[in-house]
Design a protein around this ligand. Structure first.
Ligand SMILES: C[S@@+](CC[C@H](N)C(=O)[O-])C[C@H]1O[C@@H](n2cnc3c(N)ncnc32)[C@H](O)[C@@H]1O
Length: 194
C-alpha cells in the first residue's frame, strides 16, 4: 500500500473506532516505566494519546506525533481534559526535521511496522538523532511470518531487519507474542553510546 493510501486508511479508521484504540496502555509500557526514572519521551504514531496520558501521569515530559488528524484531535482533547502538560503534534514520523532536543524514550506502539522499507530508514535516522546516548526505543511491532520473510510486499519486521536494528541499537529485551494469531514482539533497544 502506498503512503497516501495508508494515510487515508488511518484517517478513515479514526472516524470509526480502531480496534487497537483500547483506551488502556499495555503492561509492557507500565513495566518499562517501573524500571526507568522519568525523563523526556517521544511517542511516534501516538494515536489518540492514551500512552501520552500514561507517560505524563508517571512524570514524563511527553510529546506525541501522529499524522491522522482525528487521532491528534482526540489526543489533544484527552490531554486537556486530564489537565496534563504533554503535547501532541500533527506530523509524519518519517519527516521529523522540525523536532529538536534529545529524548530518554522513544515509544512506538504499532507505527513502525506499517511504514515502507524506505520510510523505515528515514524514521530510524530521526530516532538515532533524537535519542540521547543510552536512551531507549520501546517498540511494539508485527513480525513477518517465517514463510514470508522475502519479497516486496512483506508485512511486519523480518529476521534480517531485526538483525540490522540490533546492529544499529543495543537490543536489551525482546518478548514475542501473538496479536490475533499474527506474530508480534516487544523490543527494547538502547542507543549505543559512542
Ligand atoms: C496501530 S496505530 C497505534 C496508535 C497508538 N500508538 C496506540 O497504541 O494506540 C498506528 C498509528 O501510527 C500512525 N502513523 C502511521 N504512519 C505514520 C506516519 N508516517 N507518520 C505519523 N503517524 C503515522 C497512525 O495514524 C496510527 O495512529
Amino acid at each position: 500500500m502506498n503512503s497516501v493510501r495508508r494515510w487515508i486508511k488511518f484517517n478513515w479508521w479514526y472516524y470509526r473506532h480502531p480496534p487497537w484504540d483500547t483506551g488502556i496502555s499495555p503492561p509492557e509500557l507500565y513495566a518499562f516505566l517501573r524500571h526507568h526514572s522519568p525523563g523526556r519521551a517521544l511517542d511516534l504514531g501516538c494515536g489518540t494519546g492514551v500512552n501520552l496520558v500514561t507517560l505524563a501521569r508517571h512524570g514524563w515530559r511527553a510529546i506525541g506525533v501522529d499524522y491522522a488528524l482525528p487521532a491528534v484531535w482526540r489526543a489533544w482533547r484527552r490531554l486537556r481534559r486530564a489537565r496534563l502538560s504533554a503535547c501532541v503534534r500533527v506530523g509524519d514520523v518519517t519527516r521529523l526535521a522540525w523536532l529538536g532536543g534529545s529524548f530518554d524514550l522513544v515509544l512506538d506502539i504499532g507505527c513502525f511496522h506499517s511504514l515502507s522499507r524506505v520510510e523505515r530508514l528515514a524514521y530510524l535516522s530521526h530516532v538515532e538523532r533524537l535519542l540521547m546516548p543510552g536512551g531507549s526505543w520501546l517498540l511494539y511491532a508485527h513480525l513477518a511470518p517465517p514463510c514470508q520473510q522475502a519479497g516486496p510486499d512483506v508485512r511486519g519486521l523480518t529476521d534480517v531487519e531485526i538483525d540490522d536494528l540490533s546492529r544499529r541499537f543495543r537490543l536489551t529485551l525482546r518478548e514475542d507474542g501473538l496479536d490475533h494469531n499474527r506474530p508480534s514482539a516487544w523490543f527494547t533497544f538502547e542507543k549505543i553510546t559512542p
